[in-house]
Design a binder for this molecule. Structure first.
Ligand code: HXC
Length: 514
């Protein structure tokens, strides 16, 4: 018996070392942690229960039989984060570059299945060069198994991917199927094919960083939703993110004990919106003044900055915030901001997070490029996502709500429960200049002083339509509120809506424009 225990302990000790001390040292030299060190930082102390620590591959191609390591390059199991159960897997770059094998697939799939059945979030720590080349089509098929489970779990349990190394091929497609992708500034990369292959195929010379670095995916491609300075911060972001989410789509997110007075008025809001309608202001000032102090956690903060999406809290309860950002491109709606908003709205809906929308947008961005790349199709995603969402929805029109964007941004007709507007709101079919040129073209063509006449018409149009009162008069706006009272109004509204029940017609699935 003693011998058997000793043998088990030896094997376990070997598994703890992954690809060996030297390779762990190489990870450290590259500014990366070893897989087990990462799990140690992510999970509550002594909460990790490992499964499959001793599994090894049985392949022999290209000398693989000489390179067998317990665990086969991925650590899988369960643990707790702030006392809440989670499933985790961490790829180990020290073992064959963390490359994805059949055995890795079996281990990850097992964890995915158990997470789905138990209704708990799953977190993947990725550090892998993609399909293990030596295993050929077997490793490709193995990805199919993981992808299937990613999709089956989609909208059922939160799935979070943390990219902690150079991740290629299938190792970026599985994260792309999950809800949140977090990258680290210096050490994580995501690409389908690396710089060398690109050079061969297209002749383009590109660095790892310019091809798939953190900046690229957080600002340009939108593949990543959060950027962290380092691994430690990336893992802290996971914890913060989970605090706003439920364990699964049948539960509500856990509220925090209220720490900010619910009736707190924000006097500053009464003077925040500039008199000059073309002058920008920062919508984050509105959000920060309204929601519980320091509770805004932006998702996609560097992508499509003309929109703001993120989680925040109202009286301790988790809320999804969607807003136009007049401080960036005047808050115009375009292809990327539409994608950003639609995706976030759907995440909130899947995980029972009520949505509060702040509107200040001059409309959809006109232009050849936007039209040709499908602003119609992308903008339709926002409309689709809002209409489909059954969670409590409240909108606040802060300033401009012009044309299609007014309707798209959580208008009352799209099953928004309560629509508020500030007195500064301008709700109109189109901008004054454009409207006047259409309505009074002939008069302007023949006028003795067309500029003066145009200005007269514009002023008249603005007086008539650039306000919230017509919309309130016909019931499109439920209440015009003083900006300073936005917080107590929202808190009271959400209190009422907490028990809202709404269902969509039974269907296999909707056909969201993608
Ligand atoms: C087997 C791999 C591997 C892989 C890396 N290694 N990737 N082994 N299969 N996919 C091994 C290396 O041989 C090396 O072993 C060790 O891991 C570390 O790799 P290095 O190249 O030394 O590290 P680095 O310089 O940091 O470069 C990391 C890398 C690079 C960028 C990931 O290794 C790379 O480009 N790998 C291939 C990436 C790729 O094209 N994958 C796509 C696979 S196809 P030794 O023993 O020498 O230290 C795929 C399709 C799925 O995934 C499609 C699903 C839809």
């Amino acid at each position: 018996m003693d011998d058997q225990i000793t043998k088990l302990r030896e094997m376990r000790d070997q598994a703890l070392m992954g690809g060996g001390a030297e390779r762990i040292e190489q990870q450290h030299e590259r500014g990366k942690l070893a897989a087990r060190e990462r799990l140690g930082l992510l999970l509550d102390k002594d909460s990790f229960q490992e499964l499959g620590a001793l599994a090894t591959h049985h392949a022999s191609e290209f000398g693989l039989d000489q390179q067998r390591y317990p665990g086969d390059g991925v650590i899988t199991g369960f643990g707790k984060i702030n006392g809440r159960r989670v499933a985790v897997y961490a790829q180990d770059f020290t073992v064959l570059g963390g490359s994805f094998s059949e055995v890795q697939s079996h281990k990850i799939c097992r964890i995915q299945d158990l997470a789905l059945e138990s209704g708990i979030p799953i977190i993947g720590l990725h550090d892998s060069g993609g399909a293990r080349i030596q295993e050929g089509v077997r490793s490709l098929a193995a990805y199919g198994e993981v992808f299937t489970r990613n999709v089956m779990a989609s909208g059922v349990i939160p799935q979070i991917s943390v990219m902690l190394g150079p991740c290629a091929g299938g190792s970026v497609y599985s994260p792309a199927l999950t809800d949140f992708v977090i990258m680290t500034r210096q050490t994580s990369f995501m690409f389908l094919t690396g710089p060398e292959v690109i050079k061969t195929v297209t002749g383009e010379d590109v660095s790892f960083r310019d091809l798939g670095g953190t900046l690229v995916h957080n600002t340009k491609s939108g593949v990543a939703h959060l950027a962290a300075e380092n691994e430690n911060q990336a893992l802290e972001l996971v914890k913060l993110l989970l605090s706003y989410l439920p364990q699964n789509g049948t539960e509500d997110p856990p509220p925090l004990a209220p720490y900010d007075p619910p009736n707190r008025m924000s006097e500053v809001l009464n003077t925040l919106v500039p008199e000059n309608e073309d002058e920008p202001y920062d919508m984050k000032e509105v959000i920060n003044a309204v929601f519980d102090e320091n509770s805004l956690f932006e998702i996609h903060p560097y992508y499509a900055r003309n929109a703001i999406t993120g989680f925040a809290r109202l009286d301790g309860y988790s809320v999804g915030v969607v807003a136009n950002q007049p401080a960036f491109l005047a808050g115009v709606m375009d292809i990327d901001s539409s994608d950003k908003m639609a995706r976030f709205i759907r995440i909130c809906n899947a995980f029972n997070v009520p949505i509060v929308t702040f509107v200040d947008t001059p409309g959809f961005l006109p232009g050849l490029e936007q039209e040709h790349y499908g602003v119609i199709r992308h903008g339709a995603k926002v409309i689709y996502a809002y209409c489909e969402a059954t969670v409590p929805k409240i909108s606040v029109v802060v300033r401009k709500a012009i044309g299609g964007a007014y309707i798209a941004m959580s208008s009352k007709q799209m099953r928004t429960d309560l629509a508020f507007a500030w007195p500064t709101a301008q709700i109109a079919v189109m901008g004054a200049e454009g409207a006047i040129r259409i309505l009074h073209r002939r008069e302007l063509q023949t006028a003795a002083d067309p500029e003066q006449l145009e200005q007269k018409f514009i002023d008249e149009y603005r007086r008539k339509f650039y306000n919230p009162y017509v919309a309130a008069d016909v019931g499109q706006i439920d209440e015009i509120i003083e900006p300073r009272e936005t917080r107590p109004r929202l808190i009271r509204a959400l209190e009422v809506l907490r028990t809202k029940v709404q269902q969509n017609p039974p269907k296999k699935h909707g056909l969201m424009p993608v």
